[in-house]
Design a protein around this ligand. Sequence first.
Ligand SMILES: [Ca+2]
Ligand SMILES: [Ca+2]
Length: 453
Amino acid sequence: MRFQEVTTGKLRVLMRHRDGHTSGLKEIQAYNTDGRPPTARNQTPYVEAWRDPTYTRPGQVRLTGITEDDGLPKRTLSSSWRAAAGPDDGTVIFDDPHASTTVARFTKAGTYTLELTATDGASTSSKRVVVKVEELGDGRVNLAPSATPTASYTSGWESVAAINDGREPASSSDAPRWGSWPQKDTQWIQYTWEEPVRVDGSDLYFFRDAQPGAADGVGVPASWVIEYRDGDTWREVPAPSGYGTAENRYNRTTFTPVTTTALRAKLTGHPNLALGVQEWKVYAEAPESVRETHIPTLRGTIPDLPGQVTLVYADGSTARSPVAWPALTEDQVAEGGTSVTITGLADRTAQPVTATVWVRHTDAVEITSIAEERVTTRPGRAPTLPATVVATYNDGSRDSRTQVTWDPVDPDQYAGPGTFEVRGTVPDTSHRATATITVARPRDPGGTSPARR
Ligand SMILES: [Ca+2]
Ligand SMILES: [Ca+2]
């Protein structure tokens, strides 16, 4: 590059690292060309983009982008990702559509064309990446990536972060991995989540460099158990299907669901051998349903969509899950009396979730009905009543964020199997909310259900 002549004793280059990369400089030469630099002319931005091949989560793609500009005309450069093409009904959700490097998630398998566009305010460049999304996963959601991994002990040259890095091991001697050498006997690895999770299974892949009977080294365990944190106590997960110790593959364990903030695998080694793990996946229980999301908005106003949805499990209990929605456009909310349904992705279920946005002509509306709620519980356990209900208004719009105060429930009503109704009060309307409660014995008599006590 050329610039106006300066007189100086020092020259330096300032570099800003590209996202996820470091930078190096091989050589810099400085000249006095004795010439006048040419008048700067605005160059269009430079854009490059590709798919990160090391990122292997089902239904997701990590996109790496580079956007650069000469700083002309106004020293601004903005970029954005969009889906230029994809299968019918397929939705792409970018974690941050304005970051050049981001993760895209898909609601449907197929071939998508994703486009990164950069503009300096005067001119625009773009680059397309075609990605083939083969599988959205097998319906199980691995919660390990969102956990913090710790261990009883980690050898200085191994890494506990390797157990949830998402990298598929090629064999039990692959690396990176966690290992406890020279600590032997019983060792553990642990996952801790910031919010409670509801889990019902795991896949664990051991690291080993020795076989049972060896004088030293790292081996698969002689035995192991999965424990969950219940208050201040560690308990073994209920009704575990078994704890395999095979090498060179995952060992699957399923168990009766538990809600917890921490899970650990407690491994007991063969004599003389330390312990190790390549990867440990922990699966969220698949919910039976997701509570409907209905959001009204005034025409011309793009509404804020809820950051969480409520998952409902087979036993009637519920949990919240973060959810990502595609961005709404002004066109979609331009006309009163219309509605638009969008598909989002919740962190803790493999099923896509939907939200309906109802576009109103006016805010002068009133409630005409409240949808009935259906709740399941077990004998002796108070039903989990929802904090909100779905109200329908006189213009046909709905709102799933309508607050409700339920009448008190007498424990006698859910002491044994049967059905009963609970009524609730909603502000600013004489319409009452109704919840029908079904008290049923659990389908699976195993575990620690109250029905068996
Ligand atoms: Ca430019
Ligand atoms: Ca790993």
